[in-house]
Write a protein that binds this ligand. Structure first.
Ligand SMILES: *Cc1c(COP(=O)(O)O)cnc(C)c1O
Length: 423
């Protein structure tokens, strides 16, 4: 730490925080090693070669590198089949393709993890069936609230499934930007068997955003039939410039492929334009980058707890995603946090974040995002709506050292502006 000079007292807190994270870091490194060798093994088994990185154009017929990467993703995710494409515009688009791929008019879907992520609400069409939503196409929506402690109400899910004919049960793994908990792989496994027990033909779909590589297995290896995620989060490793993936049962992935392009053609078309190399490299980097992001989350949780703030999850809690929430208790600290963190970004460090109105939010939101890829949240980033409980949701970090510096700068900013006094 030569380039930056931090308050002596803050460095003591930093050292305590590092001390506290030792056990969690060992677990993260264990998962990282396991996942890195799993990915490497899949690359070797599929005989990845330089020719797989060649650009296809036009229809993109017979793009061997594209088809091979699909098989690698399937292997890594413990799924029968997968689609990974730069042409998925976002995580929401990818999830939307999977939902529309499987659901048909009059089908019913049950979300078992409470109100889903903001942008997915529009895809389901929960409120007043907007044009193009599933509701607009006649797909019926139901949800089961989470229990007061933020966990899944398995009994309510079971009873709902036993008296309704649900085509799909939908699980959101990540906490998203809420105070609920993320689901661990063990919890997803338990939930999947509970669902299958009462309704074996219901398709279990998982929104796996932010969850990939945080554990040794993925939802499709423990009972989920289908899942999807974004490449500007964990599985893109900070290298994929855009895109998403879908993995799951062969027949379901095939249905998704007809929604991804068109009926009868499916996965046979889709030029890769030279993006294969970035998608391969990103997947290869993903276990390491996810581990760095997890370490930063754990470290930040420990540090802010020592500084006297409530954090969720706790530094020693089992995690199913890379999100860390810190309750900063007032507006001034939220603004300091984001400005401090932004000042340590490798890109746009000189930008000063301002709270602003955002579509879909009633309160102003402030963000820190100094990323190589626009909107990438596997890179160090933070979001905070200016409202009670004045919580900041942070995630990412392409490597731990620079992410930790960003976090220390966030704290330093609060100290310098007099909004935090260290004892
Ligand atoms: C990021 C995310 C999505 C997809 O969001 P995009 O911004 O469209 O990529 C969906 N669900 C959850 C839980 C997410 O974290």
């Amino acid at each position: 730490m030569n380039y930056f000079t931090f308050d002596e007292k803050l460095l003591k807190y930093d050292a305590y925080a590092i001390e506290r994270t030792k056990a969690a870091f060992r677990d993260i490194e264990d998962v990282e090693e396991y996942n890195q060798t799993k990915v490497l093994g899949a690359f070797i088994e599929e005989r990845v070669s330089e020719s797989d990185f060649l650009a296809s154009t036009g229809y993109g017929y017979d793009d061997a590198g594209r088809d091979k990467l699909d098989r690698i993703v399937a292997k890594v995710m413990g799924a029968e089949d997968a689609l990974i494409r730069h042409t998925f515009a976002s995580g929401t688009h990818t999830l939307s393709v999977a939902l529309f791929g499987v659901l048909r008019p009059k089908d019913k879907v049950l979300v078992v993890t409470g109100r889903p992520y903001d942008t997915i609400q529009g895809v389901f069409g929960i409120e007043n069936a907007p044009d193009g939503s599933l509701a607009d196409f006649g797909v019926e929506y139901d949800e089961v609230d989470l229990l007061p402690d933020g966990t899944v109400d398995i009994n309510a899910v079971k009873s709902r499934l036993s008296w309704g004919e649900y085509k799909m049960a939908y699980i959101q793994r990540s906490r998203g930007y809420s105070l609920r908990k993320s689901l661990t792989i063990e919890e997803i496994k338990e939930l999947c068997s509970a669902i299958k027990e009462v309704s074996p033909s219901t398709v279990i779909m998982v929104d796996n955003c932010y969850g990939e590589f945080t554990d040794k297995t993925e939802p499709t290896a423990v009972g989920a039939d289908l899942m999807a995620g974004s490449l500007i989060k964990n599985p893109g490793g900070g290298i994929a410039p855009c895109g998403g993936y879908i993995a799951g049962k062969k027949r379901l992935v095939e249905k998704c492929s007809y929604r991804m392009t068109c009926a009868g053609v499916g996965r046979e078309v889709g030029a890769t334009l030279g993006h294969n190399r970035e998608l391969y490299m990103g997947l290869f980097a993903a276990p390491r980058v996810t581990a760095a992001a997890l370490k930063n989350a754990v470290y930040s949780s420990a540090l802010f707890e020592l500084l006297g703030f409530e954090t969720t999850p706790k530094y020693n809690e089992k995690r199913g995603d890379i999100i860390q929430c810190v309750l900063l208790k007032n507006k001034e600290r939220l603004i300091d946090f984001c400005r401090g963190m932004q000042s340590g970004a490798p890109v746009d460090s000189f930008v000063i974040p301002e709270p602003a109105d955002m579509p879909g939010y009633d309160d102003k939101v402030i963000m820190a995002a100094g990323a190589f890829t626009l909107g990438s949240s596997i890179e160090l980033s933070a979001d905070a709506p200016l409202k009670e409980p004045y919580a900041v949701w942070m995630q990412g970090g392409l490597d731990f050292n620079s992410a930790k510096t960003g976090v220390l700068l966030a704290v330093s900013k609060m100290i310098k502006s007099g909004n935090l006094k260290l004892r």
